[in-house]
Design a protein around this ligand. Structure first.
Ligand code: GLV
Length: 306
């Protein structure tokens, strides 16, 4: 039984060590090294080139190195019957929560405006009206963000496909719940998975339903956002700005208007990252569950796409 780590950046040594500590019997290779391909039962992958995963004939499961699995599901050569398992990692979740809380707080407490005032030596004390936070996507990370925003005293609503209840949060579900949800979101936080249904969901149509002066935080995927619609709504004064961590093209090209758009903060896809020392536990537990014929945590519903 072996596992191949496939990733394009950053060395894999920490992963090898973290896996060895928890599953010394697991033989780990780092792509393009594979050992005998027919012995490879698992891949732990981020953005493998199309066709690479399909090249292992005896795979039992595909692990994503991140929470998102769009990079696996977009590869049409990946066998449709193989379990695809998203990363569930307490460190990744915690970091995403930190990013979202920071975005909400800095918008609420008008940090950018304070900096601009400081640059002019201005002692100006603006009002800080209460903000309602709306979280799109109530998976592992969305729920954790909602709870933390609640703990900070924000009124929080959430939106998900099924609208399953979440304590303290006003949850809206499906297409019919979207208008009400949007109308109550002064800060809209997108944490949706990338699927056919969610592509382009942040458009003039939806963002235009946010209250005037609303702020967007996109820590989902660049494909969720119709870039020009956001820029136009900011220019028209309907939205006050955005904090964006994911883009249609990464790295963000130097001539992209987001770099200089007023009120827009660009971060280079750093909202969260997986920590091998904690994430290895999820991988090893999932392998044990699979070997015992049980359903591991994080298995993706292939038809839904998350
Ligand atoms: C990052 O984008 C992830 O999916 O974890």
């Amino acid at each position: 039984m072996s596992l191949v780590i496939i990733r394009k950046s950053a060395p894999a040594e920490i992963w090898i060590q973290a896996l060895a500590e928890r599953a010394p019997e697991l033989i780990v290779h780092v792509w393009p090294e594979t050992g005998p391909v027919d012995e490879v039962e698992y891949v732990l992958s981020w953005a493998a080139d199309p066709g690479v995963i399909a090249g292992f004939p005896n795979l039992k499961a595909i692990f994503s190195l991140g929470a998102g699995v769009d990079h696996v599901l977009s590869d049409a050569t990946v066998p449709s019957d193989l379990p695809v398992i998203r990363m569930i990692d307490e460190s990744l979740t915690r970091r995403m929560v930190q990013y979202v809380v920071h975005a909400v707080l800095s918008r609420h407490r008008r940090v950018e405006e304070m900096r601009a005032n400081q640059a002019q030596g201005l002692w100006k004390r603006p009002a800080f009206p209460d903000l309602r936070v709306g979280i799109m996507g109530l998976g592992e990370i969305g729920r954790a963000c909602a709870q933390q925003c609640l703990a900070l005293g924000y009124q929080v609503s959430g939106w998900s496909r099924r609208g399953e209840p979440l304590a303290g949060v006003e949850v809206h579900g499906g297409e019919q719940g979207l208008p009400m949800f949007l109308s109550r979101s002064d800060v809209l936080v997108c944490l949706l998975p990338q699927t056919r249904e969610t592509a382009g969901i942040l458009s003039r149509d939806t963002l235009g339903q946010l209250p005037k002066g609303a702020y967007l935080v996109n820590a989902g995927r660049g494909e969720h956002l119709v870039d020009d619609d956001l820029l136009a709504l900011i220019a028209e004064g309907h939205l006050s700005g955005a904090m964006l961590d994911a883009f249609r093209k990464e790295p963000l090209p130097s001539d992209n208007p987001f770099w200089t758009a007023p009120g827009v903060t660009v971060t280079p896809h750093i909202a969260g990252w997986t920590e091998p020392s904690t994430a290895a536990r999820h991988v090893v537990e999932a392998i044990a569950a699979l070997r015992a014929g049980q359903q591991p945590r994080g298995v993706v519903h292939r038809a839904r796409g998350y």
